[in-house]
Design a protein around this ligand. Structure first.
Ligand SMILES: Cc1cc2nc3c(=O)[nH]c(=O)nc-3n(C[C@H](O)[C@H](O)[C@H](O)COP(=O)(O)OP(=O)(O)OC[C@H]3O[C@@H](n4cnc5c(N)ncnc54)[C@H](O)[C@@H]3O)c2cc1C
Ligand SMILES: COc1ccc2c(c1)CN(c1nc(C(=O)N(C)c3cc(Cl)c(F)cc3C(=O)O)c(Cl)s1)C2
Length: 470
């Protein structure tokens, strides 16, 4: 009866939202023996056919993998992903330049979103102390009593209570609505002028149309396209462009004209008909950046994933950050012996600076990519990063390496990056000053015979003239 009484004492945790973070969180809480009730507005996607309008595949990196490892899912998910060892930069002239992410073992993974969500839901459901409630859309909840109201697709309503409510209901979270009504709740959201559209690059003769183990990028300043490989040998290409540019392209010919101008090498790879069909299949989707603080209310409710911090995708970290939220919360549960009144405030204190840092980084990278990142610049910057890292591996760690391949706290990675920039800029400044001082010293010490210099310049001129005279 000891376990029965222990079981009776165990609290009920309601996870609202059965997307990537909610489904994973259900596993974390179920692992701890809580009674988990998962509520998801959509039908069970394992029965539905296609989930439209979301990014079809995503880049999974270290932070996300560590969270999956925590619930014993890393191997399974990694085995269903495709390794991307390097970026493949496509220049306007069709030249392809690979830039490795790091040493051999350092790669990121392209994983299918729907498949990942299904695996996570199945894992959550496998716990005897987890109940899945699909077709349950949270309409409202009460911060004092923890009472939630759900509406079903047949219009009926259901109420439920929980000891802890975990809001994982995405960027447009209904749970967060209650937070907005309370004083001292900071909230900001920014829609960027760019939209994104997904296009499929089919296999050619049953084979990948491009090299599969790469994150393909076509950086064109205002425009950008990236492509991630899928297990069915297709690529999902994501085109990023200002909405006003999307709106200018209204006919099939204009689509081809546009791609001919900016992404000519992709036309034979995607195919004219596929390109024209996919381009008009769905409208371009918006991208929003949401920051808020605090992430909790009392000992009753906590926000995680996009519900707490939706980020623009220009670092491939949204899901990875949401997955890392689950590990951080779990670690704090250990520290404070699952006492929600201590765990929740500590989670806000620890996690807000990091999730705000990755939101800022992603936005910074968006502005940087939009401003002046074309192929040459991208290649140059990444090569400089890699050379400096090679020369001073302990001192200079590229920012994307800290973000993508370590669990360095996001806000500490940013601090380290600012410090490194100062050192590099000062270093460059010093070497520039050194060169000027050294050069002028040599000029003073050994002044060149200016007359000889002029002669050789004249001689050069004569030769040039001779060259051009037919
Ligand atoms: C174009 C694009 C590319 C991206 N690429 C990457 C990438 O490469 N790597 C990466 O790490 N991240 C990437 N992301 C970010 C990633 O998609 C999100 O961070 C991730 O999906 C967040 O997961 P989540 O579970 O918090 O929210 P969501 O995935 O949005 O899930 C929310 C869930 O809650 C449900 N829900 C919503 N409202 C309610 C309600 N009222 N009641 C009940 N349920 C509700 C929804 O149906 C959904 O199932 C990308 C995003 C975009 C837009
Ligand atoms: C499915 O839709 C999407 C949409 C955007 C992304 C992803 C998947 C995956 N993304 C990754 N970004 C990084 C990164 O750190 N940086 C700085 C980069 C940022 C941009 Cl925008 C880029 F094009 C390349 C790199 C790069 O370095 O390769 C990774 Cl590492 S993975 C962006």
């Amino acid at each position: 009866e000891r376990s029965a009484s222990r079981q009776a004492k165990k609290k009920v945790v309601a996870v609202v939202g059965g997307g990537l973070v909610g489904a994973l969180n259900a596993c974390f809480f179920a692992n701890r023996g809580f009674d988990v009730e998962l509520y998801e507005s959509r039908e069970d996607i394992r029965r539905a056919k296609v989930v439209k309008g979301r990014s079809i595949n995503l880049a999974l990196s270290h932070r996300g993998r560590q969270a999956l490892k925590h619930v014993g899912l890393e191997e399974k998910i990694v085995s269903q992903g495709i390794q991307m060892q390097a970026r493949m930069i496509h220049s306007l002239n069709g030249k392809q330049s690979p830039i490795p992410y790091g040493k051999k073992g350092q790669y990121i993974l392209s994983v299918d979103r729907a498949n990942l969500n299904k695996e996570l839901l199945t894992a959550a459901e496998s716990y005897p102390n987890t109940k899945m409630n699909f077709d349950h859309k949270l309409q409202d909840w009460n911060a004092e009593t923890g009472l939630m109201t759900f509406v079903r697709s047949d219009g009926s309503k259901e109420q439920a209570k929980a000891d802890l409510i975990v809001g994982c209901d995405g960027a447009f979270s209904a749970i967060r609505k209650q937070f907005l009504r309370r004083s001292r709740f900071d909230y900001s959201q920014t829609y960027i002028p760019h939209g994104y559209m997904e296009l499929t690059m089919p296999p050619i003769n049953g084979e990948f149309a491009m090299k599969p183990n790469y994150l393909h990028i076509w950086p064109r300043n205002t425009f950008m396209m990236i492509a991630l490989p899928n297990l069915d040998k297709t690529f999902t290409c994501t085109l990023f462009m200002p909405f006003e540019e999307f709106e200018k392209i209204t006919t099939g010919d204009e689509v081809i004209e546009f791609f001919q101008k900016y992404f000519p090498d992709t036309i034979p790879l995607i195919g004219v008909n596929t390109l024209q069909r996919d381009y008009f299949r769905l409208p371009a989707q918006a991208m929003v950046s949401v920051k808020c603080n605090p992430y909790h209310i009392g000992d009753v409710c906590v926000l995680m994933g996009d519900a707490a911090h939706a980020v623009v995708p220009f670092y491939g970290q949204g899901m990875n950050a949401g997955f890392e939220d689950c590990i951080v919360f779990d670690e704090i549960m250990d520290q404070f012996n699952e006492d929600f009144s201590a765990v929740l405030p500590e989670y806000t204190r620890v996690r807000v600076p990091d999730d705000h840092a990755i939101a800022d980084l992603a936005m910074y990278n968006y502005i940087e990519m939009r401003a002046h990142v074309n192929s040459k610049w991208f290649i140059f910057r990444k090569r400089v990063d890699n050379i400096l890292h090679f020369l001073m591996p302990k001192t200079i760690i590229p920012l994307y390496t800290m973000v993508t391949f370590t669990r360095t706290r996001y806000h500490e990675a940013v601090k380290q990056w600012h410090w490194q920039n100062k050192v590099i800029n000062r270093g460059l400044l010093l070497s520039a000053v050194g060169a000027v001082l050294g050069g002028s010293y040599l000029l003073i010490k050994h002044p060149p015979d200016l007359s000889k210099l002029i002669v050789s310049a004249e001689e050069m001129w004569d030769r040039l003239v001779a060259l051009r005279t037919p």
